[in-house]
Design a protein around this ligand. Structure first.
Ligand SMILES: *Cc1c(COP(=O)(O)O)cnc(C)c1O
Length: 220
């Protein structure tokens, strides 16, 4: 809150990062490192820009596999992102704007800084393994309950994603954002869908609701 106040930002993106830091003696034993903490506020920015928000994102499903949970626990937010960045380059090479990585077993996981949801038969599904359980993913669950939209976490195959009626991604950086092309094929009718629109509208409305938000005190 102090970062936002000091930067005088009315629409801010805030990040808090713990780093391992360095060892003062250049020891290679990570236990000797002196940890650091940093926090910053910058003007709010989104995974999808304004135009992409309006027409929906064009994403690719990458053959690149998300680092498996047995190697790096994805439920701990981390910036061990070389798989995600390699996936982005793979997507750009295929004329897509963003990417979701596979789980190596026919399923999809998540993308660089976002979770993914797919609608089939009016019910939403999001991957239950190999992902960060993002706070916006959690908010999407709560908003679905309020709107009485069936939602669950489970295995989401690449085929289910491609054949979905609607697809959206969730992130602190942008909220609930539509995906309208996957591997150069339209999702549903190729336009942002009604479930996505309802959830996104409610997500932003909750920013004014004290039950869901904490007001920033900008001081005198
Ligand atoms: C940050 C992040 C997300 C989204 O999490 P939110 O808490 O909703 O912002 C999803 N996946 C990865 C890999 C992330 O780093």
């Amino acid at each position: 809150m102090q970062c936002v106040r000091r930067a005088s930002l009315r629409e801010a993106y805030v990040e808090m990062v713990c780093t391992r830091g360095f060892s003062p003696t250049f020891s290679r034993d990570p236990r000797d490192a002196v940890n650091t903490f940093l926090a910053f506020a910058i003007p709010y920015s989104s995974v999808a820009d304004r135009e992409q928000q309006a027409r929906g994102l064009n994403i690719a499903i990458s053959r690149i596999r998300r680092i498996p949970p047995s190697s790096v626990d994805p439920t701990v937010k981390n910036y061990h992102w070389l798989d995600l960045v390699a996936g982005l380059f793979d997507a750009y090479d295929r004329d897509a704007e963003n990417v979701v990585l596979s789980d190596g077993e026919g399923g999809v996981t998540e993308g660089p800084g976002f979770n993914i949801f797919a609608a089939r038969g009016g019910a939403l599904l999001t991957p239950d393994h190999g992902v960060l359980e993002g706070i916006t993913r959690q908010s999407a669950f709560e908003l679905c309950h309020e709107l009485e939209i069936p939602v669950s976490a489970g295995a989401l195959s690449a085929a289910d994603l491609v054949g979905a009626e609607e697809v959206f991604i969730t992130s602190t950086a942008g909220g609930i954002m539509p995906v309208t092309r996957i591997d150069q094929r339209p999702v549903g009718d190729g336009r942002p869908g009604p479930l996505t629109a309802r959830l996104s509208a409610l997500y932003w409305a909750k920013h004014e609701d004290p039950a869901w938000s904490t007001a920033v005190d900008y001081g005198p």
